[in-house]
Design a protein around this ligand. Structure first.
Ligand SMILES: [Zn+2]
Length: 452
């Protein structure tokens, strides 16, 4: 099994520190707003990685933090006039509900930053004692990037030579061009309102980067197997996590760094300005299902940029229908082909989680299988293999279902509306049915309700 490691920029054979155990850390959301589908792509990727490791027999401990104190949260608290906890609980709950709708497995441990502050303070004290950090005249504590000669090894960039002065930066998310000493502890100021904790350096709050170092080490140990996140986190966030952790412990921090590529919507960077900004709730309201969104997010290899489009959702709907029809037919008329399905699927996934090739193998199999008659014993074997594969893909097996009476009544009403050329009403009915995961198929015998 090979994964592409951002640290070495090569595909490496995956060998965990203490097999069969694997420690996996994911940078969770910063809960100041609803997450968008670009964020969700990263969490789908973690889910796929974890499911693949489990499929391969590893015993994974998955930790995903929730960043519930950070610059943007403080801004939201100030703007809304609501307490920090109220703001962060609202978005954290909504986030976890989104993961459920996408059938993403919950991390085993979901620590919140505000509950781990003593560990962060202890780590900062260690860094000061080792001359890797200093208290500045603004009463903030900064990490000295020149104290760590390997600074820049993840993002593959170098700090200037010893003689050049290094700037200092207090904000959590800074420009990719800036190589600066960054804040570990931020002294309280009026803008922070009630949000503050006591520390040896006076009241204040932790910086974002130290939060992840402290929480990952607390739950997974000083060296652990895999850290993942979106590629936008490589610098500065993950670079800073390495600098803090390795300077504090003297040990390698993480063995494999895996990053997913970004997502575009209809070919453009997602932005509220371009009207192409989607939270999961926006897509569900348009009648798409979590399962269809999951399919689109898994359809491209995680290191390739993904262009998320409405056409892509439509294609996902058809692909899932093809899969379901094949499986239901197999269930009803036992069918006879030798399933090399599993070995093709496994080989694609072992090669750095190549989901597009894995899905390609599934559909090629469906095409071949549809050409012949399949014997009973083999149909059972195919279904068992498929169930095993679905442990990884998480689309769920199709359920045979007769449409309930109210759905049939709506299909009839739509037909009548169409005859009367009331297309507004017929579209309304179609959208209403789609929300309940029913589609309408026009057949020579008239329209028929169909599970989507
Ligand atoms: Zn993080």
């Amino acid at each position: 099994m090979k994964f592409f490691n951002t640290l070495t920029r090569t595909k490496e054979e995956f060998v965990p520190l203490k097999p069969p155990h694997v420690g996996l850390y994911t940078c969770g959301p910063t809960v100041y707003d609803f997450v968008h589908i670009g964020n969700l792509r990263a969490f789908m990727f973690d889910d796929l990685l974890r499911r693949w490791l489990e499929y391969r027999g590893f015993n994974v401990t998955h930790v995903m933090n929730i960043t519930d104190v950070e610059d943007r949260i403080i801004n939201k608290v100030r703007e809304s006039g609501k307490p920090l906890k109220e703001v962060t609980n609202l978005y954290a709950t909504a986030f976890l509900a989104d993961l459920d709708r996408l059938n993403v497995k919950r991390a085993h441990i979901i620590p919140r930053a505000t509950e781990a502050i003593p560990g962060m303070i202890a780590m900062i004290e260690k860094l000061i004692a080792g001359n890797h950090a200093y208290v500045s005249d603004d009463k903030c504590v900064y990490y000295s990037i020149k104290s760590f000669p390997e600074y820049g090894k993840l993002s593959h960039r170098q700090v200037g030579d010893q003689s050049t002065a290094v700037a200092r930066i207090k904000s959590d998310d800074y420009d990719k061009e800036e190589m600066a000493d960054f804040a570990l502890w931020k002294a309280w100021d009026e803008k922070d309102g009630d949000v503050k904790w006591d520390s040896p350096w006076g009241p204040g709050r932790p910086g974002w980067h130290i939060e992840c170092s402290a929480m990952s080490i607390q739950h997974l140990g000083e060296t652990f197997d895999i850290h993942c996140g979106g590629e936008d986190l490589v610098f500065p966030h993950h670079e800073d996590e390495i600098a803090q952790s390795e300077a504090a412990t003297g040990k390698p921090f993480v063995r494999y760094w895996l990053h997913n590529a970004h997502l575009l919507v209809e070919g453009k960077k997602m932005s509220k300005r371009f009207n192409n900004y989607y939270a999961l709730g926006d897509l569900l309201a348009k009648g798409w299902s979590g399962r269809e969104v999951r399919y689109v997010l898994l359809s491209a290899h995680y290191r390739d940029p993904l262009n998320f489009t409405m056409d892509g959702l439509q294609a996902a709907r058809s692909a899932l229908q093809r899969m379901d029809e094949f499986l239901l037919k197999l269930d009803a008329n036992p069918a006879g082909i030798v399933p090399d399905l599993q070995s093709r699927f496994d080989a694609a996934m072992d090669d750095d989680l190549n989901t597009s090739a894995a899905l390609g193998a599934l559909f090629e199999f469906i095409r071949e299988a549809n050409k012949r008659t399949i014997a009973a014993s083999e149909a059972a074997a195919i279904l068992a293999t498929w169930q095993r594969i679905d442990q990884v893909l998480g689309f769920g097996m199709p359920v045979k279902s007769e449409a309930p009476a109210e759905v049939l009544a709506l299909v009839e009403e739509r037909q009548a509306a169409r005859k009367a050329k009331n297309f507004k009403r017929s579209d309304e009915i179609r959208d209403q049915l789609a929300k309940q995961r029913w589609g309408i198929e026009d057949t020579p015998k008239g329209p028929r309700a169909k599970r989507i």
